[in-house]
Design a protein around this ligand. Sequence first.
Ligand SMILES: [Zn+2]
Length: 99
Amino acid sequence: MPRVPSRASVAATGTWVDPDGIRAPAGEVHAWLPGTNQTVCGLSLHRARLRRFAHVDWRDVQPSTGRDADEVQVVCPRCAAGMGHRRDSRPWTRHDPRP
Ligand SMILES: [Zn+2]
């Protein structure tokens, strides 16, 4: 990757609508740069069946700080690393390797 993006949106395996009526990500979340067809870790949005959340900032789905992280279960560690976050800050965000 050429550089660490300064800002990213979110792609996730699930979705829910929060009490304010905003569509928010759920399940496993990846960093996604709007205008691209893949996540920061290189997953194809289409093949991985990820939903796009262009209105949600990557920082807002971090369980430690994010306001949109209520339904987030897994933060992709490769995306977190790609976005410059340390993966050892939240041990429960372990990501099972793909088969
Ligand atoms: Zn990812």
